[in-house]
Design a binder for this molecule. Structure first.
Ligand code: ADP
Ligand code: MG
Length: 948
């Protein structure tokens, strides 16, 4: 054989020793002996050509030399280091730093530029960007492609691509270059160029080239090794034993590792994705479909939830938890009815007649359902800053209301004095006339359930009859902090100013109209806007069964706003008589006329007219006059400062109205009180009482009994006879009269009548929650309070919202669960979808994985690159999903409004939901890609490279 001389400059012994290596491939039952005890020593500086027919094991040998494939038996000694104990990372480092590969099919990464392809080995070993560029450009210049750095592989000819591959193999300045049929795909002319290049490369390193082509081998190589059926059949220049005289036993040494930073992997995958924009967008879009599904369902569910929350808030603003001083325990009544029905055991028997006692029991439960709440300890509990109720109250908060006592008077158009509470005052001291009682009847029908005062049957007592504020007057709900916000936003949000302004001080009020600009006709008369005489006339005719044409003609806003209203606090409606007792004069027109000019009378100004908005969500203001918390406060302070209250406080034992002892226990005092009381009555009432007593036999009145006097006796005569009788009556008779007719009242009752209100004892407490859940939590807190409280301090209230809305809560829960189920299903579907897409995209890139591995990328590097890529795709998918959802929501809402006929439900994608979905998309895609990427990483690089 005629081989060229070996240009050995410096004998560095040898680089590689292949010692008795065997390799088998098993496919099913068939075992292919690819290499059969091959031994070969290669010098560090020669151009070795391996010749052999196809299937003789050439590629296998080359892959084993290059660390791409593992041998089954034997040893590969590199620079005196045995590779028997090599770990993965040692092989990675070996491939990266010591070996350069050139393949028949070039194996360039198609989506990266020539420059990036050449840089790859440097990228993997973590060389800086600038350095990488410089060295890659140099390598490309060396192979004559300095001008093509920015092209993609498919823009080059086969020869050029192979030169790129050679540049890539050389960029790390490896001591071994392995070429597997580098000219196999090239024409002869180009093949010669490549061979020239390889020969040049072989000047200062070991080049092992596999080829079919004996001519080229013989022309260029220094040494020819012939392989057949996995066995070496010939070696033109075997290494002589003398050359290896210094052979030391092979030892294990760890090589420097190839390391690729995380940032590099991300950059690598990002570049990859960038170079395949259309594909990336399509993959992301496919992945985003699941996200769009979830996002849409989430948006609709958020919209529905919003709607439900709004409804809850509205409902609970209209029906707060309301605890009144006196209340019907509706729940108790209902429970009793329920219990009665449940306990009927005989319902099954039906063997005779059974009396149904439910109506009797029901009646008793109605009576026992009337309860008085002791609100002051409860208020104390609520005022504690960290109590459980406060934690759950909504925006409106907790509202305490107090019922100040006052009367309001005005003059109607004809100058008649009118009590705004419906009592037309005549010249005499008649407490009420038919008009008033009819009106009271009308009023009570519209009054709230909480008030039971009208149900109590009043005795003829020493008490006066003035109570409460006029029913046309109601306090406007203040803000949570009344001092800062005199009118709650619940009011200002739901009512509009028709004319004028909201009140700003205690003497300013507003007229409240309903949605149709109406107020009750009775109130029109009560406020003196129409003559009271007309009203009397109208009511009389109604009572007589006549047809009446009611006056419902328009009244100017300004007329109402100019109507003078004068308020008299309860305490000021008493005058001190000569006997030192106070007398109620609120029903005496002359006295009232005088009082109206006194300094204590407050002139009220109607500052504005308001009306509930047409879309008002709640209308807590009753039609009529609304006054502020400021007026309430002023009246409370005024009552405490009044003369009658201070004199009652000075003498706690006696009633300042009649001088009677409060609640005497001994008969003598009772008898004395009876006398004092009867003496204080007007003559006509004395006569009435006398007649009433005569009809009773129980008192055992002796002769001369007043009734036995002539029926035609005058009231004076009757009264006189009665007084005469009383003067000598026995103590037992007087006590009996006392027990039957006289009530001395109580100290507290008197103070209450005079309008004294304790700040700690509101007449009602309203607790506003924003959701049914919060309401339930509040109710639990109240329950807990009740468990801890004394029997008499326990709170009873009726849960109107609960009575009305229980079924709604169930429906809401069902809807919520259905929506959650939808979201969960679409989540599963979209995860599977993303997983499949990622799997396919990884499968598609098997070859690339082989290339990366050949260049020295570790398994970790490969999986990181793929994970980074799937992560980026997940991010894109998430972002596209959110963007598409936001666009779909617009027509979606329009459709929803069209079909549902309401624009209350609006699908909105919550920001937190959007963020979570993007993160979810990234995580899901990563998980979906994890299996294929770890599979990719585990893939044997040799096999990966064989895939087409
Ligand atoms: P050459 O490169 O000389 O054409 P190879 O080294 O590629 O031959 O193959 C040697 C033998 O090993 C062939 O018979 C081939 O079918 C077999 N072989 C190579 N790789 C595998 C593999 N991954 N699985 C099974 N058999 C293989
Ligand atoms: Mg081959």
């Amino acid at each position: 054989m005629n081989l060229p001389a070996i240009p050995i400059q410096a004998v560095r012994d040898y680089v590689l020793q292949i010692k008795d290596i065997s390799k088998q491939y098993k496919t099913g039952d068939f075992t292919q002996q690819a290499l059969d005890h091959v031994s070969l020593t290669l010098r560090d500086n020669e151009f070795v050509a391996i010749l052999g027919p196809s299937g003789s094991g050439k590629t296998t040998l080359l892959n084993i030399i290059g660390g791409l494939d593992r041998y089954d038996e034997g040893d590969l000694v590199i620079n005196g280091t045995s590779t028997k104990k090599y770990k993965d990372r040692d092989w990675d480092s070996y491939r990266n730093h010591t070996v350069g590969f050139v393949f028949q099919s070039y194996n360039l990464i198609p989506h990266q530029s020539i420059l990036s392809n050449v840089e790859l080995a440097l990228t993997i070993s973590g060389v800086s960007r600038a350095d990488r560029h410089k060295r890659a450009e140099e390598a490309l210049k060396k192979v004559g492609l300095g001008k093509h750095v920015n092209k993609k592989p498919n823009q080059l000819s086969g020869g050029q691509m192979q030169r790129v591959a050679i540049a890539r193999a050389l960029v790390n300045d490896p001591s071994i270059v392995l070429a597997d049929e580098p000219t196999g795909a090239l024409d002869s002319e180009t093949s010669v160029q490549i061979m020239d290049l390889l020969k040049e490369v072989a000047q200062d390193r070991l080049v092992v080239m596999v080829t079919h082509n004996p001519e080229l081998a013989y022309e260029y190589a220094n040494r020819i090794v012939e392989l057949k059926d996995g066995v070496i059949r010939g070696d033109s220049r075997p290494v002589e034993p003398e050359e290896t005289a210094s052979e030391a036993p092979a030892v294990h040494r760890t090589m420097g590792r190839a390391s690729m930073s995380f940032a590099t992997s991300v950059a690598l995958s990002f570049n990859n994705l960038k170079s395949k924009k259309a594909r990336t967008i399509l993959t992301s879009f496919a992945g985003s479909i699941g996200i769009i599904g979830i996002a849409l369902i989430l948006s609709v569910s958020a919209g529905v939830n919003h709607y439900i929350t709004d409804i809850q808030k509205e409902t609970l603003t209209s029906y707060p938890i309301e605890i009144n001083q006196q209340t019907f325990d509706m729940n108790k009544i209902m429970d009793t009815a329920q219990a009665a029905d449940d306990s009927k055991e005989h319902a099954q028997l039906r063997d005779g007649i059974y009396p149904d006692d439910s109506s009797v029991k029901g009646a008793s439960s109605v009576t026992s359902g009337i309860t008085t709440n002791n609100l002051s300890p409860f208020k104390k509990f609520l005022d504690k800053p960290d109590n459980d109720v406060r934690k759950h109250v909504g925006d409106v908060g907790i509202q305490y209301s107090y019922s100040p006592k006052f009367s309001v008077f005005t003059h109607d158009g004809s100058g008649t004095l009118v009590n705004v509470d419906g009592v037309k005052i005549s010249g005499s001291s008649v407490a009420s006339d038919s008009v008033a009682s009819t009106m009271a009847g009308l009023n009570s029908s519209s009054s709230d359930i909480g008030s039971i005062q009208s149900m109590q049957i009043s005795k003829i007592t020493g008490k006066t009859e003035n109570n409460k504020a006029p029913s046309a007057f109601s306090e406007i709900m203040p803000g949570e902090h009344a001092d800062k916000q005199p009118i709650s936003s619940v009011i200002t949000d739901n009512y509009q100013m028709v004319k004028g302004d909201w009140p700003k001080s205690s003497d300013q009020v507003v007229l409240v109209l309903d949605k149709n600009n109406e107020i009750p006709l009775t109130q029109v008369y009560e406020l003196g806007l129409l003559p009271s005489a007309d009203y009397n006339d109208m009511m009389n005719r109604l009572n007589n069964g006549e047809k009446v044409k009611t006056n419902t003609s328009r009244i100017d806003y300004s007329k109402a706003m100019e109507q003078p209203l004068t308020l008299l606090p309860a305490a000021d409606q008493y005058v001190k008589d000569a006997d030192g007792h106070y007398r109620y004069v609120g029903n005496d027109a002359d006295q009232v006329g005088k009082l109206m000019d006194s300094p204590n009378a407050m002139k009220l100004h109607v500052m504005g007219v308001v009306r509930a908005n047409s879309d008002a969500k709640t209308t807590p203001l009753a039609p009529g006059i609304g006054y502020t918390r400021m007026l309430t406060d002023k009246l409370i302070a005024h009552a405490n400062d009044s003369e009658i209250v201070s004199s009652q406080k000075t003498d706690r034992g006696h009633n300042v109205l009649n001088g009677m002892t409060f609640a005497p226990s001994d008969d003598a005092a009772k008898a004395a009180n009876a006398k004092t009381y009867i003496a204080s009555l007007p003559v006509s009432e004395q006569a009435n009482m006398a007649k009433s007593l005569m009809s009773q036999t129980s008192l055992g009145m002796g002769t001369p009994a007043p009734s036995q006097q002539s029926a035609g006796a005058t009231e004076e005569q009757t009264a006189q006879a009665f007084n005469h009788y009383l003067a000598t009556a026995s103590e037992s008779v007087l006590v009996s009269i006392y027990n039957q007719y006289v009530s001395t009242g109580t100290y507290d009752g008197n103070l209450a009548d005079f309008g004294v209100i304790g700040r700690d004892a509101p007449s009602s407490i309203k607790i506003y929650a924003d959701s049914f859940e919060a309401k339930n939590a509040i109710e639990d807190a109240i329950k807990q309070y009740n468990e801890g409280a004394k029997e008499k301090d326990r709170i009873v209230y009726t849960d109107y919202a609960g009575l009305m809305m229980n079924s709604v809560t169930t429906i809401i829960n069902v809807i919520t669960y259905v929506l959650i189920a939808f979201v969960a299903v679409s989540l599963v579907v979209s995860s599977i979808m993303i997983g499949i897409i990622t799997y396919i995209s990884v499968l598609e890139r098997t070859k690339e994985i082989g290339i990366l591995r050949a260049m020295g990328a570790s398994k970790r590097n490969v999986s990181t690159v793929f994970n980074a890529e799937t992560g980026i795709i997940g991010l894109c998918a998430g972002l596209i999903g959110i963007a598409v959802t936001l666009m779909l929501i617009i027509p979606g809402n329009a459709l929803m409004h069209h079909f549902m006929g309401t624009d209350q439900v609006n699908a909105v994608l919550p920001v937190s939901g959007a963020v979570i979905l993007v993160v979810l998309s990234v995580v899901l895609t990563l998980i979906g890609g994890l299996i294929p990427s770890s599979k990719a990483a585990k893939q044997d690089p040799a096999t990966a490279l064989r895939t087409e």
